[in-house]
Design a protein. Sequence first.
Length: 533
Amino acid sequence: MQPTQRIWAYDTTLRDGSQGEGVDFSLMDKLAIAQRLDDIGIDYIEGGYPLSNPKDSEFFRAVRDLDIKNAKICAFGMTRRRGIEASDDIGMKSLVNARPDAITVVGKSWDMQATEVLGVDLAENLQMIRDSVAYLASEVGEIVYDAEHYFDGWKANPDYALETISAAAESGARWIALCDTNGGTLPEEVSAAVKAARNAVKCPIGIHPHNDCELAVANALAAIHAGATQVQGTINGIGERCGNVDLISVLANLSFKYKGFDVLRPGSMARLAELSRFVYETANLNFRNGQPFVGQSAFAHKGGMHVHGIRKMAASYEHIDPALVGNQRRVLVSELSGRSNLSEKLEEYGIEHDQTLVTAILERVQDLENQGYQFEAADASFLLMVEKMAGRYKPGFVVSRFHVAVQGDTSIEEPLTEATVKVQVGDCVEHTVGEGDGPVNALDNALRKALLPHFPALAQMALVDYKVRVINGREGTAAKVRVFIQSHDGGKIWGTVGVSENVIEASRIALFEAIEYKLLKDSRKSAPLASKV
């Protein structure tokens, strides 16, 4: 039986990931993500550089109050400054005073970086590494030495690059992490350089690849197959420039594509999609639909031939069971759909799918998409259409009239937006007014004011995304627009779509259908299609 090799997962979402464009974690964000990372079984969580800003310094104080059971909390910093004793260096002191479980210290492994960036000779750079690692190791039990630009250094001057990691290992480093800092190394080069490092030092090797050539996952796997036993990366691959390696993809590949590797805690892999989406939401970033394993489109099927295939044998168009990573299969409906897509959808919705109904729905979808509709990201709109065509839909409310007004005044920064709606719920008629930051917000507020007394659960519902796209730009301001709205309620998310030459009308269609779907879902409880966030 093949022995199992433990691969240690080192997460730097909170430090390296926060350097990505558009990423800005609050202290509470960092603590919430750290708790999730620990819950799933991440081995090392890098919290930040205590000296760089008050938030990172406070993190190391606040994280002690969390119930961290599995992970080691790491502080990150650089080697001592030139001409200063390690014990006197303010950066070194900040790392020790943070009282982490481990410290990751980064040093130069590329001779050009040492001489041109740090401005020190090669001998002094080696001494800075030795002094820094030795001092930190005497104060904190576990030191990870991050060999910055190791692969560039190894290609330019392999003997010196190996000297730098040997200096760290001999001075007390527990791990040597090899960094592809520029993200420009090829997998075969990574493999050779990792093997050279393993021959040069006795301590275990880690890999920290960046994704500038879209090779970070390939490079991480190449390093592991060459003997690395720690992988450093971020959730969803966020980070500076093109990002870091996506830990999710690396861990999923090691778990499901290779034999003999042990990662995370038992049962954790089924929570990868949940973790991915939590980090996106916390970072206020849009989901990457095409993200392998956990993206919303990772197991989405649009072509009729594909859907026909998976209905007979899932493995024909799915490389793993999506449930293994906490994802789910999605059958998309569009003008390219065949009967298999619709039959699968109708079966998914628990609606008997006779051929007459399938044909009618297919014709309706093709007609609507010709007008500019798209249902791939608007499953809720599609379900409502099917319910109506199947004769099963009973509206919870009817809007007989609505009005939106924007009062412009050049003397104030924000114009006043007001909406009125007249709504009938059963025998009751509500006539309400709402203000908002814009027409859609005002209309949403007015409609909610009318409906909340009758449907209190609407208070749980919120709009999370709103997108407008011009369909036929040649028409200028008279062009049709397509509006997508995403909504959620306590962990469920759904999409609706509206199309019109009038952007407010298109928005109104998508907005009203979002609320209609919420009421339909609540009335049935077992209604399908709302994906777990």
